[in-house]
Design a protein around this ligand. Structure first.
Ligand SMILES: [Zn+2]
Length: 277
């Protein structure tokens, strides 16, 4: 999965730091990031390249000894060769650790961008010096990064697994049933509700598998296996899904779930190996 970057290690501990010249600077503009293509690889600028022009910066995290910062740069100060690239696209042009770093940085960028003002009293917020937190200097409101839990579930029935296709999305391959936790609901209840809503099926033996941080959408995806309980006849939610089907192990190709970094792909692989039992 995307966050599995071993032997490299992700260090999330917050600190107020000053970038060195070789620190990596992520500059975002909506869904885009400032990068340049060098030998088929997309690279963000280092602090050394933009330090004369940078408006402001904040330390994000490190992977091994590489430190990552969120930085602001005026359009007219963009260095030669750099341009705007969609964060979500072109994973083939990024090393996995950088791809993970960009998705994770994007989540923090969105959080900083959307919490410049206190939601309680409207005052400009300030970054705390010792915690990853924004504080309102007027009313004391403390705002922490928002992580949205969501579930993904592989529903199995004998030697078959349920796959779906979403409507109106760029990704046309198969997916698993997924959805956000609602307030007041356990993750296991979300699993049962989402399966019922999306395909009209009942499940039992809801079993936690593993989780995946997914910064580009601000999620923590919680992966589950569940067994069909009752009729296997699918009643599709046509607003959300284009298709749902039971596939046997033999019908699962290597590319059934195409995106190599996803929890969905991992669930299918675990099913293929019989690890869900
Ligand atoms: Zn306030």
């Amino acid at each position: 999965m995307l966050h599995e970057i071993a032997p490299k290690q992700y260090h999330v501990e917050f600190a107020k730091k000053q970038p060195g010249d070789d620190a990596v600077c992520f500059v975002f503009k909506g869904p885009e990031i400032l990068e340049k293509m060098v030998d088929d690889v997309l690279l963000p600028p280092t602090y050394g390249e933009i330090k004369e022009k940078v408006q402001k910066y904040i330390y994000l995290f490190a992977i091994d000894d590489t430190e990552y910062y969120l930085a602001d740069l005026k359009e007219e100060d963009i260095p030669e060769g750099y341009g705007w690239w969609i964060v979500r696209n072109a994973p083939e042009h990024r090393a996995q650790d950088q791809h993970f770093a960009e998705y994770t940085a994007y989540q923090l960028y969105v959080w900083y961008r959307d919490n410049q003002f206190c939601g309680r009293c409207g005052t400009h917020t300030e970054a705390d010096g010792s915690l990853r937190m924004l504080r309102c200097p007027k009313c004391g409101n403390m705002i922490f990064p928002r992580i949205t839990p969501a579930i993904m579930v592989a529903v199995t029935h004998e030697d078959k697994i349920l796959v779906t296709r979403y409507k109106g999305r760029a990704y046309k391959g198969y997916a698993m049933i997924a959805g956000f936790n609602e307030i007041g609901e356990t993750a296991e209840e979300t699993v049962r509700r989402e399966v019922l809503e999306e395909v009209g099926l009942h499940v039992s033996e809801v079993k936690y598998y593993k989780s995946q941080p997914w910064g580009i959408d601000g999620n923590l995806m919680l992966g589950y296996f569940a067994k069909l309980d009752g009729s296997s006849e699918i009643d599709l939610d046509r607003q959300e899904l284009a298709q749902a089907a039971w596939l046997s192990r033999d019908e699962l190709g290597e590319d059934t779930i195409r995106y190599q970094y996803s929890l969905a792909g991992d669930l299918v692989d675990a099913f293929r190996r019989g690890e869900h039992e």
